[in-house]
Design a protein around this ligand. Structure first.
Ligand SMILES: [Zn+2]
Length: 347
């Protein structure tokens, strides 16, 4: 019998017998005024500009949570309004990291790639403040996305550890401490983001061992998801079915479901976070279109193991487009639930 970490997120007023969980991956477009407040703070760097930037960050989190609730999502996030990049944010809070300025990653894009120069250790909570603020605002359960240790290691310069694997394991211990702190504060849904696994699938055993460290001592009712996007899933599936996570979250809409067959080769014995919204396309998918995509998800898992979600973070879209995409995603999900209730969909 699989453990059930999902039903706790079913809203009390949920209208349908069947329940398909809806959520988003994490990042969301930042309001323009938040970016302006950040720039002012970086230029002026004084007490006033810092206070204004902090206020802007809180306001942005509030608005995005409300937008997610308004769209009808069952589980919300704050769109990572308080985080800069997905490695930088965490590296700034981990002892052992050092920043030496941006490096060119592709085209004209720069990334402040940090270096590990000494043993990494847990200096301060990473996301506790973010969560404590959000939980006061939200009327729906909150998911907390965390960049996984393998990606943190893979996207850093390693100047101290024997190899990247050793660094990943050390960082996994820190993620475990962080999750324990978050769970103590009330978090019930954690998502580990490991996009680096998509580009180096041969390291699936390293990621698995990291997840074992991450989830050690975490209570059974805590839902753990793993998000991996933009890669060849046949390189990691079905291996990932042994990972100690409840949900495997994948991007599929962008590739027009060409990888769907990969997940049908053996029974998918976990929940699937099924990407139904293309985050690289500003065209808003219609409710009917999203409905068709959700039905593809039902070819892989039954409704009570299906999580409907965009492919990846929505941050590259405009806010208006991101919002409309979420609205249609939720509408389509509720429509499919009704059809399931009426027995109109054959499973
Ligand atoms: Zn992603």
């Amino acid at each position: 019998m699989m453990r059930d970490t999902r039903s706790q997120f079913r809203p009390a007023d949920h209208p349908n017998k069947h329940f398909i969980l809806t959520t988003v991956v994490g990042s969301y477009p930042k309001p323009k005024w938040l970016n302006q407040a950040r720039e002012s703070y970086h230029i002026l760097s004084n007490k006033d500009s810092r206070r204004q930037y902090n206020e802007a960050k809180n306001d942005a989190s509030t608005i995005i949570i409300k937008e997610h609730e308004e769209a009808g999502l069952d589980v919300v996030v704050d769109g990572e309004m308080k985080r800069n990049e997905m490695v930088e944010y965490f590296a700034e809070r981990i002892r052992g990291y050092e920043f030496n300025g941006p490096v060119k990653v592709w085209g004209h894009n720069y990334f402040d790639k940090p270096s590990v120069v000494e043993k990494v250790s847990y200096r301060e909570p990473w996301l506790l403040e973010e969560y404590k603020y959000n939980v006061k605002i939200a009327n729906r359960p909150i998911k907390v996305p965390i960049t996984g240790p393998y990606t943190l290691a893979n996207w850093s310069f390693n100047e101290y550890y024997e190899d990247e694997k050793e660094l990943s394991y050390e960082l996994a211990e820190l993620v475990n401490i962080e999750i324990k702190n978050l769970v103590d504060a009330g978090v019930r849904y954690i998502q580990i983001d490991e996009p680096a696994l998509a580009t180096t699938p041969e390291d699936h055993k390293v990621v698995r061992k990291c997840l074992e460290k991450i989830t050690r001592g975490i209570a059974d009712n805590i839902r753990i998801g793993l998000h991996v996007c933009y890669g060849d899933y046949s390189r990691i599936f079905p291996k990932i079915l042994d990972f100690p996570v409840d949900e495997f979250d994948v991007e599929l809409a962008n590739g027009n479901y060409s990888q769907l067959e990969v997940f049908k080769k053996v029974p998918f014995t976990k929940d699937i976070g099924f990407g139904v919204i293309d985050v690289h396309d500003s065209r808003i998918e219609s409710v009917e279109e999203v409905r068709e995509r959700i039905l593809k998800g039902l070819e892989v898992v039954p409704p009570d193991r299906l999580t409907v979600s965009p492919d990846c973070g929505l941050k590259l879209l405009s806010r208006e487009v991101a919002y409309k995409k979420m609205v249609n995603m939720v509408k389509a999900t509720r429509l499919v639930e009704e059809e399931l209730d009426r027995g109109e969909i054959e499973l």
